[in-house]
Design a protein around this ligand. Structure first.
Ligand code: 8YV
Length: 306
């Protein structure tokens, strides 16, 4: 006997066993009437139609990623299918957020292009950047990743505020002030870093109205999800200089990037690499596999989302 697990894409998984039986990995496109689990990744949409077409025997969608916005959670819940995630990307994503804060404020990508293009001459003056240490950092979303960014900001003597629905106990120990009004938070920040999940409530939260409330010339960093920002409105704000610079790891229509952003020297771009370190990807794989095996053996994954 073998246990069948479907995957949305081919993943480098080691030989696996559960209930003393071998696990057979089958691509979703091939299907398998007896499959018990579907392994998904954050970049593959698992919508209502895909969920409706899953064999009745599937009881878990194990996502490879902490965000589960790629999965129609209501459709999964309606069919009694559990969904799990891999909440082990916190520190690596916070590292990348901080890298983008530094890169956008100090114009690192533009500086690199400038040197490579031979523009550095005795008379040339590279445009000045913005100061990071001591700056006001507004963290939007104060879950594990937002808090990890606040810890890093302490080393740069930044004045940290955060927006979350309610104050968090960790705020006091991290020296971060809760600001209940998002418009007020962005208006008082030199740098804003986004760490929210993508839901129907947070989609396009950063639209023209909110972007218009930023401090003139402020820096915006997004390592959360692209559709949290109305990308066209961001382009307009960057062109007008109301947002001074941006560091973006995620985009509204990944892997497509608004062509205007590609031409802007004040924007630093990364291809959704928040978790892209060897150790983090290994941790994610171990956690996703752990969820699959726990579900197969006990009926519950370790990191259940719904
Ligand atoms: C993943 C991420 O790389 O964990 C997440 O939510 O955004 C990334 O760490 C992405 O989901 C691809 O699986």
């Amino acid at each position: 006997m073998t246990i069948t697990v479907l995957t949305v894409r081919s993943l480098p998984l080691p030989p696996l066993k559960a209930r003393g039986e071998d696990i057979r990995i089958v691509p979703l496109s091939e299907g398998a009437a007896d499959a018990e689990v579907l392994i998904a990744t954050g970049t593959d949409p698992v919508g209502a139609a895909t969920i409706a077409a899953l064999p009745k025997s599937v009881g878990l969608i194990a996502n490879f990623g902490v965000g589960t916005d790629n999965i129609d959670l209501d459709a999964a819940a309606a069919r009694g299918i559990r969904v799990s995630n891999t909440p082990v990307v916190t520190e690596d994503t916070a590292d990348l957020a901080f890298a983008l804060i530094l890169a956008a404020t100090r114009r690192i990508a533009a500086a690199d292009r400038y040197v490579r293009a031979g523009q550095w001459t005795a008379r040339a003056a590279f445009p000045l950047g913005q100061r990071v240490h001591g700056a006001r950092l507004g963290i939007v979303g104060f879950g594990a990743i937002g808090q990890a960014v606040a810890r890093r900001a302490a080393g740069f003597s930044m004045k940290v505020s955060y927006w979350a629905r309610s104050p968090k106990d960790e705020g006091a120990s991290l020296g971060a002030a809760h600001v209940p009004d998002l418009g007020e938070l962005v208006a008082g920040s030199d740098i804003v870093s986004i760490h929210l999940p993508l839901t129907s409530q947070t989609r396009h939260l950063f639209g023209a109205d909110l972007l218009g409330r930023f401090k003139p010339g402020a820096v915006l960093v997004n390592t959360g999800r692209g559709p949290l920002i109305d990308e066209a409105a961001l382009v307009t704000a960057l062109e007008a200089g109301t947002i001074g610079a941006a560091g973006l790891d995620v985009f509204e229509h990944e892997p497509q990037v608004d062509p205007h952003l590609l031409t802007m020297d004040q924007v630093v771009l990364a291809p959704h690499i928040g978790s892209a370190t060897g150790p983090c990807r290994a941790d994610m794989a171990a956690r996703a596999i752990g969820n699959v095996i726990a579900f197969l053996e006990t009926g519950e994954p370790r990191d259940r989302v719904v």
